[in-house]
Ligand binder design. Sequence first.
Ligand code: 5GP
Length: 193
Amino acid sequence: MKELEERILKDGKCLLGGILKVDNFINHQMDSALMFSCAAEFMRLFADLKIDKILTIEASGIAPAVFAGYLMRVPVVFAKKAVPKTMSTAFVTTVTSFTKKRDYTVFVSREYLNAGERILIIDDFLACGNAACGLADLCHQAGASVVALGFLVEKSFQGGRDLIARATPGARIESLASIASLDNGIIEFNARD
Ligand code: 5GP
């Protein structure tokens, strides 16, 4: 998606360890118009799929997921990183954080993922694929199926696509900007289709 790539080139900063800092429009300050455009693109890409619900993870997946849910007229559930007192029973999984290099536990109440539901997973980044695999695991625990995954930014050189393709066979995987390399502080995109 040209608009997102241009914004990444304008405002993205390459940090050590293959991390792209996009705090200015995704991870801290959010560009709501851009997030809405990204959601509209997800809607276009997944228009032929029957989707019952969108699942994301707090915090930065929530903005594009909510706009996509609004456009697709489906509910949006976000996995939580701490169990609220109001949650009685939950599906639970462990995810290794790419940016913090530690494991954390994520939860979704059993009320909000149900057997037979067709789920679209949305997140801000696809790096090694651990967050998306954790979300897919929560769906599988519930007996729901992951029909598609959409990411704002994929860093293809970190291999996450293969991991999630194995974890969610048959699901469609789309990213709106695909980065081939961040070497030497230079952002290089993969060619668009
Ligand atoms: P993965 O689990 O695919 O290795 O990493 C995805 C998660 O790590 C995303 O939910 C995102 O929050 C975070 N992440 C991974 N790589 C980056 C990055 O380059 N920049 C930012 N801002 N977050 C990242």
